[in-house]
Design a protein around this ligand. Structure first.
Ligand SMILES: [Zn+2]
Ligand SMILES: [Zn+2]
Length: 237
């Protein structure tokens, strides 16, 4: 079976990824109003929005789900997300404005209106649920890994046979460094740390991120492990 090809559509403030296996699957959709940047990224890979069969959302934040509704109607694609984030994507529930475990997050929660205004995007109906351990249809060997932490329904995609993982916002890689997700916008700190531990335990050699370029090499998970040791000391102290 040919290896899944992974195209980073990185000319957004956040990455979307095009994964091509048996079908073409778009993972995340960029900030609201950036639909053209996604379409340009698809064109670079020789595809059009109508070639996409499924849109996987790693979580409900606007930099990932912002163009889901537009691309869904254009592509006629199914939207897949974890059930815990689906009510936010569908506009049925309002997400919390900030986390309750960080000082900045608590401050944001006290003044939610500007945050909610900036993070609004057109609601999109979710057509199917991503459950931990299930295989993504159209991408043989690619499994859903539920990592509740950044949001309750955050997911990574993991292909153990091919040795890669797509992390969403569970961890980022920007300016040459690894980063935990912004804690003021995250849901549960222990969950964030557990999610990174779970990524490390996969021992993959290639990690793709919602923000920043991929990390490749036999030491990818070792680098993540040393980062987590330092960072969790700071978070929990
Ligand atoms: Zn996020
Ligand atoms: Zn993000």
């Amino acid at each position: 079976m040919p290896r899944t090809s992974i195209h980073r559509i990185g000319d957004l403030l956040a990455n979307a990824h095009l994964l091509v296996g048996e079908e073409a699957v778009l993972v995340d959709t960029g900030w609201p109003g950036r639909r053209d940047a996604v379409a340009k990224g698809l064109r670079r890979a020789g595809l059009r929005p109508s070639d996409i069969s499924r849109i996987v959302l790693t979580h409900h934040h606007p930099d990932h789900a912002g163009n889901a509704a537009a691309l869904k109607s254009e592509a006629g694609a199914m939207i897949l997300a974890h059930p815990a984030d689906a009510p936010f994507i569908e506009g049925k529930e309002r997400p919390p404005a900030g986390s309750d475990f960080s000082r900045a997050g608590r401050m944001l929660s006290r003044f939610p209106r500007p945050v909610l205004k900036c993070s609004a995007y057109p609601a999109a109906a979710v057509d199917g649920f991503l459950e931990d351990g299930s295989e993504v249809e159209g991408l043989p060997g690619t499994l859903v890994m539920h990592v509740p932490g950044h949001t309750p329904g955050s997911v990574c995609l993991h292909n153990p046979g091919e040795g890669w993982l797509l992390a969403g916002d569970a961890v980022s890689h920007m300016l040459g460094k690894l980063w935990l997700p912004t804690l003021s916008f995250s849901w549960d700190l222990e969950g964030v740390l557990d999610g990174v531990r779970r990524i490390i335990s996969t021992e993959v050699r290639e990690i793709h991120f919602g923000h920043g370029p991929p990390l490749r090499g036999d030491d990818a998970c070792d680098r993540l492990s040393s980062f987590l040791k330092k960072r969790s000391r700071m978070c929990l102290s």
